[in-house]
Design a protein around this ligand. Structure first.
Ligand code: SAH
Ligand code: SF4
Ligand code: F3S
Length: 467
């Protein structure tokens, strides 16, 4: 049993290792017919990791079920970004503990970003002994072996080092229409509030040849859309000698001819002019850019280690909008960073009023163990933080609705990806600008890019009719 030690980050080598063990185990079918329940928290990175986990456990013979109760294997793929993410996981673990009292052979696994936190592992070892297996974000591919070697007591296998980029893994993808493609792992930015560089390790880009092969294969398999994934996609390639830049990679991905290309997330600091050009020039690169602001106060941005000022951010925003007028831009904002004054917050509102985002994710600052911001003196009462979040959301929602209302009467292209939650004879999908549209039309449209006339706008979605 090993306890993780996050302080021993080693100098990485970019060696590619092939992984075979799952294939060997697959032939043995050791867990044939056993039931597994997988719950995923957090960002797209985790959603995509879960597609890998599915492939591995299904390869062993497990069958997915939609209820934890009564299953043989429970896997929680966790997120550590804010305190409430932790709380949700421990809440669910309480249910697992209860179930295990009845269903004694059930295997409970915790993985994902929380597993990379030493304090969480210590807590599990001391207080949550019903958890059988803990594995980190760098050793998912070892899951089949870990399940086979599972000991009767809690087994913690968390790689403290980020390891190599592993190629040749297979995914059981949730969709047959839209696919995630990792282009890099980890993050080197170390924003002072953020835990991701600790849970995901240093930035490791995948070699472009592997990425392009994967996109081509997806296209040949009938996929209509790929989303290139990374914490910092526009820093792609900067960690490998002689690799393409992100804009060069995007151009090559565009040349594969896949119908739609998206990417998340880009950091304002690495947003070069060549990237704006390639998005403007290539029709299959979608005009949708998520450009996290975090704060509108240059003073707070400096404390956050974001490497741009309010003025630089607004200038970049305007440059993108003037070159790609159709683009929709969204953002992330944190309120209540330690020491944030009312003046700082008003500057955030000022930037929101200048940029009029299509939508935004907003958060109250949550101190994360081991990050520099955790140690900053914080004199802003929670009540004030909550009130700022409320004021911010009101402004954001107003602009979201206004942005959506501009679509009324227009005909837009929607990639239909499923049945609408709005029920009766409705399907749904996304516009090029990433607006969710509920469409009156038959389910035969699923998988097609359809012209849809927009008839109604809400804050978070549009309604329309297929033409
Ligand atoms: N790599 C991406 C975002 C990763 S996390 C980027 O840099 O944009 C997603 C969002 O969670 C961040 O953009 C930030 O707004 C928010 N976030 C991260 N750490 C946080 C913390 N400690 N407290 C509150 N929000 C946080
Ligand atoms: Fe976190 Fe900053 Fe990296 Fe985004 S860029 S993952 S916010 S450290
Ligand atoms: Fe959460 Fe890890 Fe993503 S902390 S936001 S799941 S990278």
């Amino acid at each position: 049993m090993k306890l993780p030690d996050l302080k021993t980050a080693r100098v990485r080598n970019q060696q590619i290792v092939k992984y075979y063990e799952a294939d060997i185990l697959r032939n043995e079918n050791l867990f044939k017919g056993k039931k597994y329940f997988l719950k995923t928290y957090g960002c797209q990175m985790n959603v995509h990791d879960s597609e890998l986990i599915k492939n591995l456990v299904e390869g062993l013979g497990f069958i997915e079920v939609d209820k934890m109760e009564g299953s043989d294997l429970v896997i929680l793929n966790t997120c550590a970004i804010r305190e409430n993410a932790h709380d949700k996981v421990f809440g669910f673990l309480g249910r697992c503990k209860h179930e295990k009292e009845i269903n004694k052979n059930m295997i409970v696994c915790l993985c994902g970003c929380m597993a990379q936190e030493p304090s969480v592992c210590e807590e599990i070892l001391s207080k949550h002994k019903y958890i059988d297996l803990v594995f980190g974000t760098h050793n998912i591919h070892e899951l089949p072996n870990m399940l086979l070697n599972k000991m009767s007591k809690t087994d913690i296998e968390v790689e403290s080092k980020e390891g190599d980029v592993i190629e040749g893994l297979s995914y059981t993808r949730d969709s047959k229409i839209e696919a995630w493609v990792n282009i890099m792992y980890g993050c080197d930015k170390f924003c002072t509030y953020c835990i991701v560089p600790y849970t995901r390790g240093k930035q490791r880009s995948r070699k472009s040849s592997y990425i392009l092969d994967e996109v081509l294969k997806l296209k040949n398999d009938g996929y209509k859309e790929v989303t290139l994934l990374g914490q910092n996609v526009n820093a792609y390639g900067k960690d490998i000698e002689d690799e393409l830049s992100f804009s060069e990679l995007l151009r090559k991905v565009s040349q594969t001819g896949i119908e739609r290309i998206r990417f998340v997330t880009s950091h304002p600091w690495d947003f070069e002019d060549s990237l704006i050009e390639v998005i403007a020039e290539c029709d299959n690169i979608m005009p949708y850019i998520h450009l996290p602001l975090q704060s509108g106060s240059s003073r707070i941005l400096k404390l956050m280690g974001r490497r741009y000022t309010k003025e630089e951010y607004i200038a970049l925003f305007n440059k993108i909008k003037s070159r790609i007028p159709s683009a929709s831009l969204t953002t992330d904002i944190i309120v209540g960073f330690p020491g944030e004054t009312e003046e700082d917050f008003l500057e955030t509102l000022e930037v929101v009023n200048a940029c009029k985002y299509d939508s935004a994710f907003t958060f109250i600052f949550s101190p994360r163990v081991g990050t520099p911001a955790e140690k900053l003196p914080d004199d802003v009462p929670l009540k004030v933080k909550e009130e700022r979040l409320h004021r911010l959301n009101e402004v954001i929602n107003k602009y979201s609705l206004e942005a959506n209302e501009r679509y009324i009467g227009k005909t837009v292209k929607v990639l239909i990806n499923g049945i609408s939650e709005k029920g009766n004879n409705k399907v749904c999908g996304y516009t090029e600008t990433m607006k969710l549209v509920n469409v009156e039309g038959s389910k035969d449209l699923i998988g097609q890019i359809v012209d849809v006339e927009i008839t109604e706008a809400k804050s978070f979605s549009l309604n329309g009719v297929a033409k």
